[in-house]
Design a binder for this molecule. Structure first.
Ligand code: ARG
Length: 695
């Protein structure tokens, strides 16, 4: 962590004394150089205008673009009566004085602050060089009291990914995995005590399907090789068989329905207001039709009887699941082995994505007694009601008309997805005493989540207390490049592992094109995989979470444009420069940053100083795109440094480490590039990417 004494002495050199503090204002000068500037700005503005420090702190804002200043004060936000904002802006600009900041300029009702380049470089780059992998993050935010460093760290559960065993791991699960992984890293970097939870879809009649499917189509060898894919294949096949079995019934029941419709006489139409009644059309129902209806009905009975005598796949699946529910050892063993193998395979895939779960729970782990307890309470409180033998909650009667009616218990007494979510929420609260729990679930389930949240709220304490700490983070769909929904069944995606593999192979081919570089890469296959994963993740993060996007292999794997490979390239390029330059680390730490004078270099420093604020803002928006947008801006500034021209000599690259005209200049430039690399790496890791050193 940061040596504050060094910062203080640095400030003394720059002609400012002790960093001012204000009660009720949380600043973190030990993490964020910009907070040092904030402290002086607050002090000055308070002296000039008399506004409250907390109000000033809220008013001082970031700019969208560095050309509008490093910080800006919209004067009306001070909420001062009397003076006109533009006049006050003028007055502030005139009276403001700080050795770290240029004389501010009033711009209508804004006051724009530009940090002086040399002091900013020597201050801000110290933070980066000293804090390294921690630079920008703020572990105080997750404390019960952010002002008390020894107070308790708050507990966060993030439930995400949550695939259904045997069913496909679709792009919705992939997005949940990527976004959930990001939430864990974000809150972790903010000092929360986090737990990653996977809530598997691992319970239900599908195991009855799967066991039959496996007996008929399964292969132990295939299962070992790729359990997720094989179980899904088997599951799809047995479902097709099941559908075929049900087939003869379908046309018959359809025919019957059609005839019954013809049989019922049409109701006389009510006349429209002020109009005469239209004559009711004549109703015909012939003897032949009656005979046909009777025949169809008889045929249906016959087919049904046959299906009962030879128990259908569907019926056997139901029975198998019943055995599981009743604790039948053999049935459960089968289920357990499928579950274990699937989890092993998931773990491998998650590892490729830089993700590890602390807790593999699932629908199967929800206790019956907890569901019973919840059901009892629902009934006692008059929240649920009987509906033809089943139990429902009519949320319209409880102030949520949009959420409609929902089933909480089937007629045969078995539980549902929703019931399990209700009980699971309570179990997690009991077990973890979380301060916050985030569910990362696709927008297709918005209604489901709103329903079970609402029911928990109606149930009162402790359920309502738990759900008050819960939040649903929702996200849009992944489409194919033509904008169509992707699914295994349609063949657009083979399996997640396969699509990760094909992205990897694609990247590998790209790398091979540069034979000279390729030879230097120690584990080309692994590097290609890292690049491919970066491509996928960055594509996912490129818009707001709620937006849909198209999975576009060509675009996301490109090295041009705002892609994952571009970020990786930017990182590897600095690494390569550092290897060639070979400046020892202690020279970086003591470098003289006043030697960085080119405008490109100054811009890069200003951008690097912003990173702690960007982190803070991301903690508010919780949108990965906040980080990404910053990283692209920063890397563009970085790359413009490479080509920065010397004002006196248009052929000289004034920021080139290789051609620096003195050892001091070389050290200063190398330190700046190293800081940029560090910030890039920190941002990438926050997003779940692994920065590569060669590619
Ligand atoms: N397994 C579910 C599915 O794939 C997602 C589970 C989401 N989490 C939850 N608590 N309901 O559709």
């Amino acid at each position: 962590s940061l040596d504050m004494d060094q910062i203080t002495s640095e400030l003394q050199k720059l002609g400012v004394s002790q960093i001012p503090t204000f009660s009720g204002v949380h600043l973190y000068p030990q993490h964020n150089a910009v907070d040092v500037y904030r402290a002086y700005i607050i002090e000055q503005i308070h002296q000039i205008t008399g506004a409250e420090p907390a109000i000033i702190n809220n008013a001082v804002a970031w700019t969208q673009d560095l050309k509008h200043g490093d910080l800006v004060l919209p004067v009306p936000a001070l909420r001062l009566k009397g003076k006109k904002p533009d006049e006050l802006a003028q007055e502030i600009a005139e009276k403001f004085e700080c050795p770290l900041i240029e004389k501010p300029a009033a711009d209508k009702t804004f006051v724009r602050f530009f940090f002086k380049p040399a002091p900013l470089a020597s201050l801000a780059l110290k933070y980066v060089l000293q804090q390294n992998t921690q630079y920008g993050f703020n572990p105080n935010l997750g404390l019960e009291d952010p002002a008390k460093p020894d107070s308790r760290r708050k507990k966060l559960i993030v439930e995400y990914s949550s695939p259904n065993i045997a069913k496909e791991f679709h792009t919705g699960h992939l997005r949940s995995t990527i976004i959930g992984g990001f939430m864990i890293k974000l809150y972790g970097a903010a000092g929360w005590d986090t737990t990653s939870m996977n809530y598997l879809g691992d319970w239900g009649k599908q195991y009855g399907m799967l066991s039959q499917g496996f007996e008929k189509y399964g292969s132990d060898e295939e299962l070992k090789k790729d359990p997720i894919k094989h179980l899904n294949e088997v599951y799809v096949k047995i479902n097709q068989d099941n559908a075929a079995e049900q087939k003869p019934l379908k046309p018959l029941t359809e025919k019957k329905e059609e005839l019954e419709k013809l049989k019922t006489p049409p109701k006389p139409k009510k006349p429209a207001k002020g109009k005469e009644a239209e004559p009711t059309p004549e109703h015909k129902w012939t003897d032949e039709q009656e005979k046909e209806l009777q025949d169809v009905t008889a045929e249906i009975e016959k087919v049904k009887e046959e299906l009962v005598q030879k128990p259908s796949i569907d019926e056997k699946a139901r029975q198998f699941f019943k055995r599981m529910v009743d604790g039948d050892k053999e049935a459960l063993q089968y289920w357990q082995s499928f579950r274990d193998l699937s989890i092993d395979a998931y773990k491998k895939m998650y590892a490729r994505l830089n993700i590890a779960f602390d807790d593999y729970s699932g629908e199967s782990t929800v206790k019956v007694e907890d569901m019973d307890k919840a059901a009892e309470l629902l009934e006692k409180r008059g929240i649920s009601e009987d509906s033809k033998g089943a139990v429902i909650v009519d949320l319209a009667k409880h102030g949520a008309p949009k959420l409609g009616k929902t089933l909480v218990k089937k007629r045969d007494g078995t539980s549902l997805y929703l019931t399990r979510d209700i009980a699971a929420n309570y179990e997690r609260f009991e077990h973890y005493h979380f301060d916050k729990m985030i569910y990362v679930i696709a927008s297709q389930q918005d209604v489901h989540v709103a329903q079970f949240f609402k029911i928990l709220e109606l149930m009162g304490p402790p359920y309502s207390e738990a759900v008050a700490r819960c939040e649903h983070i929702t996200f849009g769909m992944v489409k194919d490049p033509k904008g169509q929904t992707m699914s295994t069944r349609k063949g657009t995606v083979v399996s997640l592992a396969d699509s990760l593999d094909s992205s990897r192979d694609f990247m590998h081919d790209v790398m091979r094109k540069n034979a000279e570089k390729y030879e230097q890469v120690q584990e080309p296959e692994a590097t290609a995989d890292t690049l491919a994963i970066s491509a996928i993740m960055v594509q996912d993060y490129s818009g707001k979470m709620i937006n849909n996007y198209s999975f576009d292999m060509e675009r996301m794997t490109s090295f041009e444009g705002d892609t994952g490979p571009y970020l990786q390239y930017s990182h590897a390029r600095v690494c390569s420069m550092e290897r060639k330059a070979g400046v020892p680390r202690d020279q970086l730490l003591t470098a003289d940053f006043s030697l960085i004078t080119a405008k490109e270099g100054v811009e890069l420093v200003r951008s690097l100083a912003q990173w702690p604020d960007v982190f803070l803002n991301t903690y508010k928006t919780r949108e990965p795109v906040t980080v990404l947008t910053y990283l692209f801006k920063m890397t563009h500034l970085l790359s413009s440094c490479y080509d920065a021209k010397d004002a006196g000599n248009r052929n000289a690259k004034t920021m080139s480490v290789m051609y620096a005209d003195s050892a001091e200049k070389k050290a200063a430039l190398m330190a700046l590039y190293d800081c940029a690399r560090q910030v890039l790496a920190n941002g990438m890791r926050l997003l779940g990417l692994t920065p590569v050193e060669r590619m």
